[in-house]
Design a protein around this ligand. Structure first.
Ligand code: ZN
Length: 189
């Protein structure tokens, strides 16, 4: 591996919140075994990654800008630069979606289901969301949320929210927060 490759890896192979490089991946595999009829043994073992979650050992947050491919951590291209170089923004917003997009709006699944209905995968995996309440209007559901996301500018934060939104998005306020302090290991003290 040449030097350029390794310095580029250093750019993304870190926690997007505290920049720590102490990461851990939880990988769940599905194993598919082809059974040998003579011995009953599983001959060909084909592992398929079912789910991989990379976590920071210092701040314990999941790392949605990283995933695992063929046993190696790789960055998610349209996400890592924005998240590692960005700052947290907090948006207060509503997303109005067709009620069919929301599986459950009461009970223990409600918050996840309303978040997924409003912002899809990004809502459940990348953003920190808090559903404040929701309202039914005929066939529509208006979800009121607080969302924290990482972006390099206010415009980019608006773009990310707009792209993730599965319905009509209305942002009532958007504020830049300060980044959590870098991990103590990189602190000169
Ligand atoms: Zn961290």
């Amino acid at each position: 591996m040449n030097e350029e490759m390794s310095s580029r890896r250093g750019a993304w192979l870190r926690c997007y919140r505290c920049w720590s490089q102490r990461l851990e991946a939880q990988v769940h595999y599905d194993a598919i075994l082809r059974i040998n009829p003579a011995t009953g043994e599983g001959d060909e073992r084909i592992d398929e990654i079912h789910e991989a979650v990379v976590q920071c050992l210092d701040c314990m947050h999941d790392q949605p800008h990283l995933t695992v491919q063929e046993g190696r951590v790789v960055p998610i291209e349209d996400r890592w630069a924005r998240m590692v170089a960005g700052k947290p923004f907090v948006a207060s917003c509503t997303v109005t979606v067709d009620q069919e997009l929301i599986e459950a709006c009461s009970g223990p699944e409600a918050a996840d289901s309303l978040t997924y209905g409003a912002f899809g995968d990004a809502g459940n995996r990348e953003f920190f969301t808090h559903v404040r309440f929701h309202k039914h209007e005929d066939e529509l559901i208006v979800v009121h949320l607080l969302v924290e996301l990482y972006a390099r500018s206010e415009d980019e934060a608006v773009d990310v929210l707009t792209e993730a939104s599965r319905g009509v998005l209305e942002i009532t306020s958007l504020a830049e927060e300060s980044r959590p302090p870098a991990h103590a290991g990189e602190d000169p003290h």
